[in-house]
Design a protein around this ligand. Structure first.
Ligand SMILES: Nc1ncnc2c1ncn2[C@@H]1O[C@H](COP(=O)(O)OP(=O)(O)OP(=O)(O)O)[C@@H](O)[C@H]1O
Length: 284
């Protein structure tokens, strides 16, 4: 897999803090894939995202964007922040203007786009995220889920090549989460590399192509969801839950599992079970 972003022995300690947030971190984000970053509180996920857009210089190590080491020159940082879009966990940290229209159009205006194009692209993005009817509503009247979608729209409208999402589904109800994931998948299918930091292992198992697990500022394991969650003992040691489908699958007899990894969604699990019942009843 070709990496779009890599860290090589990247270390960072926040000013005034005694502990390192990132400790000689080595990892690669594969281009064109959906990558999930897991790890319990304080493992370094958000710090990695901030480092990825060069918000602060690391104490040691290198960040590579498409193979090139970042030099932190202002022009290069400006370009990098157009190519990488970061959506913060808390939309309040991201939304700066009064209405969704004003906020989403802000980046385009900053980039010097003509007003007619700004209007067209902003409305198209608001419609895509089902925010068209709320375009001129004061942001402080919106629900948290709506604010999260506005923050996402403000990043997506700039068409980054790499999208970093910090806990995008935190505090969303199930139907808002499902809608958001469907929207993200649609956007990813247009060719955007997508990375999500999340504590939701069920979502990781269903959504990701690739999983990276952080622990105390280091990447301790990586692989496909099937590979990563196969090692139940390691997950337990890292304090991470197994996805529910993996737990259910592991509890089934080997005659059903047949050496295969757990299905990635409930429909597939049902299909496997039905096939097993059919085969068994025919044999019986
Ligand atoms: N602004 C800050 N000042 C000092 N230390 C910080 C700051 N932000 C984070 N840290 C520390 O850096 C380490 C990594 O934190 P980080 O927020 O990157 O973890 P995380 O994996 O994103 O956690 P969470 O799952 O809770 O969002 C933690 O030990 C945290 O206490």
């Amino acid at each position: 897999m070709k990496p779009i972003l890599q860290t090589e022995r990247l270390s960072y300690t926040y000013p005034g803090s005694a502990a390192q947030a990132l400790r000689e971190l080595n990892l690669s984000i594969p281009e064109g894939k959906k990558t999930a970053i897991c790890g319990h509180n304080g493992s370094g996920k958000s710090t990695l995202f901030l480092q990825s857009i060069g918000i602060c210089r690391p104490d040691g190590g290198t960040l590579r964007w498409k193979g090139e080491p970042l030099t932190y020159k202002p022009k290069e940082l400006k370009r990098l922040r157009r190519q990488i879009g970061l959506v913060f966990q808390d939309p309040e940290q991201q939304l700066i203007l009064n209405t969704p229209y004003e906020d989403v159009s802000y980046g385009l205006r900053n980039a010097g786009m003509a007003e007619a194009d700004i209007h067209e692209r902003t409305y198209a993005m608001l419609e895509l995220l089902e925010l068209g009817a709320l375009a001129d509503t004061p942001i402080h009247h919106l629900s948290l889920g709506q604010k999260k979608r506005v923050a996402l729209a403000g990043v997506l409208v700039l068409e980054p090549e790499l999208l970093l999402l910090d806990e995008p589904t935190a505090y969303l109800d199930r139907s808002s989460e499902k809608r958001l994931i469907a929207e993200l998948d649609r956007i990813h299918n247009r060719g955007m590399t997508t990375v999500m930091a999340t504590h939701d292992m069920n979502l990781v198992y269903a959504w990701a192509d690739w999983v990276l697990v952080l622990e105390k500022g280091r990447c301790v394991t990586e692989g496909t969801p099937e590979q990563v969650f196969k090692d139940a003992a390691l997950m337990h040691m890292l304090g991470l839950e197994l996805p529910m489908l993996v737990e259910v699958w592991n509890a089934l007899p080997e005659s059903i599992r047949n050496g295969r990894p757990a299905p990635r969604n409930v429909e597939e699990l049902k299909r496997n079970y039905r096939t097993f019942l059919c085969t068994n009843s025919q044999e019986g």
